[in-house]
Design a protein around this ligand. Structure first.
Ligand code: APR
Ligand code: ZN
Length: 374
């Protein structure tokens, strides 16, 4: 075995809640057994990263390097790593294809779910590979993509098509796969059905793409920001409505529009009131409501149990319900075959240094997705 040295590079560190990210020089230790060190090429900014900055992501320890929607190139591997080894051999054999293109994602959904709130803030051995000014810095969801170099468990990395454009397919690490999968996998939207999507951000628009490709005949987009409607229509929404344009609750508006409520509703905002409104919007006997937006940490729901008693189904969906390590590379292949095109979700591209500008665009509602390039 060889020991690759510590790498010094730039990373965006969240030192504490409520502060903007600060670009720092960090040291990135070599990967330990079953870990991979990666040079990031592109990363998207997701609302969940903003939750980390605001302190509304549960059980996160600071300082932390956020970012979880990235793509890059394997720099070195620890002992026992086999999943990217074929690529590394390819690197030796085919210098022209020397970049092993990867997409990382949280594989092993059970592990992801059971560990979501604890160990993904550190490597599986409960230590960190990042230091800055002599202080250990925490990881985020095991992948911390807001860094020029990062270390992750090999379970969190998957090979994708060699010619996949990393500055586009980084969205498959979270936003696109989350929304598209919520429609395709979790709801299993049927052809000819009616769908309502609450929240038309990057994830909500990906739900729209999923409903459309599943053959839904009516797709109703709901957002308080009407600037989101143009893109939603472009991607397949047949109607878009703003709850602020109505005096009555939006669930009543939807029930009136459809006669009995929609077949499938999706909450893609992360507010408890819209979670209940989405549930109430679907058909009382046969409707399915999918919770996609991350609930605020520590929140509780209160709702009329009659909504469920009459026969509605309420489901949760995390990363689109995919077995990520197997399925996400297939999704990327589908993209390469032009089965769907989430490129339109990328409204802004910025150099990594301008990461805080990217967050401002997100916070002001001006961007759908900003991709940072390294
Ligand atoms: N009613 C309707 N729409 C709303 C409301 C509301 N009360 N409040 C906010 N919105 C809209 C915003 O205007 C925005 O267009 O919801 C959209 C949310 O989109 P983004 O903030 O861009 O978030 P996105 O990245 O799409 O993620 C949505 O999914 O994965 C989770 O953590 C993520 O909870 C977040 C959610
Ligand atoms: Zn995300």
């Amino acid at each position: 075995t060889h020991l690759s040295p510590v790498i010094k590079c730039k990373a965006a560190v969240a030192w504490e809640v409520g502060k903007p990210l600060s670009i720092e020089e960090v040291e990135v230790a070599p990967p330990k057994a079953h870990e991979v060190r990666v040079k990031i090429v592109a990363t998207g900014i997701c609302r969940t990263d903003d939750h980390v900055l605001k302190g509304s992501f549960p059980n996160i320890d600071y300082p932390v390097i956020p970012g979880h929607e990235g793509a890059g190139i394997v720099e070195s591997i620890g002992e026992g790593v086999t999943c990217v080894k074929p690529g590394m051999e390819g690197l030796l054999l085919h210098p022209l294809k020397s970049m092993v293109k990867l997409q990382w994602c949280r594989s092993r959904p059970l592990l992801y779910v059971s560990n979501l709130y604890e160990s993904q803030n550190l490597m599986p051995d409960k230590t960190s590979r990042f230091t800055c000014k002599g202080k250990a810095i925490h990881h985020f969801l095991w992948i911390s993509t807001f860094s020029e170099y990062t270390v992750m468990p090999d379970s969190a990395i998957a090979r994708i098509d060699d010619d996949a454009p990393l500055d586009k397919v980084c969205l498959f690490g979270c936003g696109f796969s989350t929304g598209y999968g919520a429609a395709i996998n979790t709801a299993k939207v049927k052809p000819g059905s009616t769908c309502a999507i609450f929240g038309l951000g990057g994830v909500g628009l990906s739900v729209v793409i999923g409903c459309k490709s599943a053959g839904a005949s009516r797709i109703i987009g709901i957002d308080i920001n009407k600037d989101k409607f143009t893109k939603a229509r472009e991607l397949g929404a047949t109607e878009c409505i703003n709850p602020q344009d109505f005096k009555k609750p939006i669930q009543e508006v939807l029930v009136e529009m459809t006669g009995h409520g929609v077949d499938y509703s999706f909450e893609v905002i992360g507010h408890t009131d819209t979670m209940v409104a989405a549930l109430a919007s679907c058909h009382m006997n046969s409707g399915t409501c999918v919770m996609v937006g991350a609930p605020p940490s520590g929140s509780q729901l209160s709702f009329d149990p009659m909504l469920l008693f009459t026969g509605r189904t309420w489901k949760g969906s995390i990363i689109g319900g995919w077995k990520t390590k197997d399925s996400i590379p297939k999704l990327v292949s589908g993209y390469m075959e032009k089965k769907f095109n989430p490129d339109v979700l990328i409204t802004h591209t910025l150099p990594f240094d301008k990461i805080n500008e990217g967050f401002e665009l997100l916070q002001s509602g001006k961007s759908i997705r900003t991709v940072l390039l390294f």
